[in-house]
Each structure stands twice: as C-alpha cells, then as structure tokens.
Ligand binder design. Structure first.
Ligand code: 4AZ
Length: 254
C-alpha cells in the first residue's frame, strides 16, 4: 500500500494473504490479498489466478490462505492457515480490461467449518445488491502490498488506508491512463493524495461503514500506478456480484 499506516490484523480481521508453494524456490510466494466472507469462503481478484482448466488444476493444490497475521511472514498464535479446495474465476473476467475482476475460493476442511471467529479472524458482511453509498463516503482499504509501484518487496506488515468513493462520472479513462472503466468497477481515492492500493494489495478489501457495521463494497483490482495525484484506485464493484457469489456458495462449491 502506498501511504496508509501500519496496522494490526484485528483492525481488518477479514484480510487474507494468498500465497502459493513454488516448487522451484521451495518456498511460499506471496501472490495477492483476499477477503474472508464466510467460514469457508474467500473473495479475491480474478487476475490473481489462471482461469483455464490446466492452470486451475495445477495451481489449486499449491495455494495457501493465511488469516490472522499482522506480519505477513511471521508465525503467530492467532493465525489460521488453509489450503484451497477449489476456486472459481468469473466467467466474464476480461484479462485485457479487468472487467469482472472477481474470484471466489473455497477453503479446505475435513469438518465442515474452516475459519473460526476470533479478534484476528472474522468474515466481512456483504452489501445488499441495491446498496449505493453517497459519493465521497470514507472507506478503508488494507493489504500487504508494495509501498511503491516499483518496490522489490511486499510489505512485511499489514497496512490500512483511507479512501473516498468517487462519483462514477469522474471514474473515466481520462483519469486512468486511457484505460477502459466499466459499470462493474468503482473508483476510490484519497483526496489528500496520501493513501492508495498498490501491487500485491489486489484481491483485498475496500470496506465502508453502513448502519454501524462494515460492509465489503470493493475488491482491490487495478490502477494507473500507485498514489498518483488526482488518480483513483479501481475496485471491483461487489454489489454487482451478490447473486453470483450466493449461487456458488449455495451450490456448496460443486
Ligand atoms: C496492482 O498492480 C495494483 N493504485 C492494484 C491497485 C492499484 C494499482 C496497482 C491502485 O495490483
């Protein structure tokens, strides 16, 4: 994350770190953020994963989801670690424009429950499909992503930042290096120019307060660099996918 502040996982207990085992380097490599939405279910960004059958079959057994860690690479008594049983990339994900940049992962378990609620691990609420928050509502983003676009390293500690929801009529190619913006995306940025998502934060949460609780309004997706003046970050608009998420969860992931 560009800017923001060092945080503690208890401030965003739905934050996940998704890594995969690299047989080449024989270690877990950090890949993306994720968001816990139910004991056994995680949302992330489609662009974090291959979507072809071969790619899925190859990657799934190597994936690891880590919950409950403030420090990305340090073991903690509060951590809960899972393999992935299966994941789904949205069928209409467009790898050129990042339209429909959403994926859902089912965590692996033998006992029917996966993540157990604690101060460090807690699912986020999903919004109603009709929820529209006022323009410039202040929301929160989090992740273990890079502090600068071209930094060699991801953040060792989870960070959080504050961004405001942009009006859709300003969320346009002219603000984003000419790239396509669709109605399945939302823009959010820090009007002070301080905080922004960056590489490695993708798949993580944009959460906003609504009626005294926090709801997941966005999934960190893309942007024109990190922390550029008058340039918002782009997020997958979660309200558009409530039906898609529910249908996969209701089928129990079969
Ligand atoms: C990325 O590469 C990325 N400033 C994510 C978010 C933003 C930029 C890049 C938004 O994953």
């Amino acid at each position: 994350m560009w800017g923001g502040q060092q945080s503690d996982i208890t401030a965003q207990p739905w934050q996940a770190a998704i890594s995969y085992y690299s047989p080449r380097s024989r270690e877990q490599l950090f890949r993306c953020g994720g968001v816990l939405i139910d004991s056994c279910w995680l949302l992330s960004a489609a662009h974090c994963f291959p979507s072809d059958q071969d790619g899925i079959a190859h990657l799934t057994p190597l994936l690891q989801v880590t919950l409950g860690r403030t420090f990305r690479k340090e073991n903690s008594s509060s951590e809960q670690i899972f393999g992935v049983e299966k994941y789904w990339v949205h069928n209409n994900f467009n790898p050129e424009t990042y339209d429909n940049d959403i994926a859902i992962l089912k965590l692996k378990t033998d006992i029917g429950i996966c993540a157990i609620n604690s101060p460090e691990v807690l699912p986020i609420c999903l919004p109603e499909p009709s929820l529209v928050l006022p323009t410039w509502t202040e929301c929160e983003i989090s992740g273990y992503g890079k502090e600068k676009e071209f930094s060699a390293f991801y953040s060792e500690r989870v960070k959080r930042g504050h961004v405001r929801l942009w009006p859709q009529d300003r969320c346009v190619p002219g603000k984003l290096a000419g790239r396509t913006v669709t109605e399945n995306m939302l823009c959010a940025g820090d009007t002070r120019g301080h905080d922004d998502a960056c590489k490695g934060d993708s798949g993580g949460p944009l959460v906003c307060g609504q009626d005294g609780r926090m709801v997941l309004m966005g999934i960190i997706s893309w942007g024109d660099g990190c922390g550029k003046k008058d340039t918002p970050g782009v997020y997958t608009r979660v309200t558009k996918y409530i039906g898609w998420i529910s249908s996969i969860m209701a089928a129990g992931g079969n």
